[in-house]
Every structure is written in structure tokens, then in C-alpha cells.
Design a protein around this ligand. Structure first.
Ligand SMILES: [Zn+2]
Length: 75
């Protein structure tokens, strides 16, 4: 369900694509550094409810995205 979720949803702030954070069941926006919680498969896309990601989380998310992009370009 995770890949479908991120495909259909964009960040309500920047309209950028979101990443799935499996550890905490969150949708993550690397541009805004916001994490939107997902409860029972239903994402809470209210900006006011979103959690601010830490610098560490952001860094690893950006690295993950970069890796995914380069592998997609190759394949
Ligand atoms: Zn955003």
C-alpha cells in the first residue's frame, strides 16, 4: 500500500512528492522537512498536525531519495 500512497499524494505545502517512512508509518516531505502521520492507512495531511523532521532524518531521507533517483535513471 505504501507505493500507491506516495504515488497519489503530494505535500500540501510545496506540492512535491512524498516518501514513505516505514519505521514510523509517516509520509515524509524532504523539501519541507515535514512528516505526516498515517493511521490505519489513512494519511493525515493537515500541515498543523505534521511533525517537524530532525536534521538527521532529513539527511538520511535525501540520501535515500537520491539513491532511488539514480537507480531509476539507470533502469
Ligand atoms: Zn513539502
Amino acid at each position: 500500500m505504501d507505493s500507491n500512497l506516495t504515488k497519489n499524494l503530494v505535500c500540501p505545502v510545496c506540492k512535491g512528492s512524498l516518501s514513505w517512512g516505514a519505521e514510523a508509518s509517516e509520509l515524509l516531505c524532504p523539501s519541507c522537512g515535514l512528516a505526516f502521520s498515517v493511521t490505519k492507512g489513512i494519511p493525515d495531511m493537515i500541515v498543523h498536525d505534521a511533525r517537524k523532521m530532525t536534521e538527521e532524518e532529513l539527511e538520511s531521507l535525501r540520501l535515500k531519495q537520491k539513491a532511488a533517483e539514480s537507480s531509476a535513471a539507470r533502469g
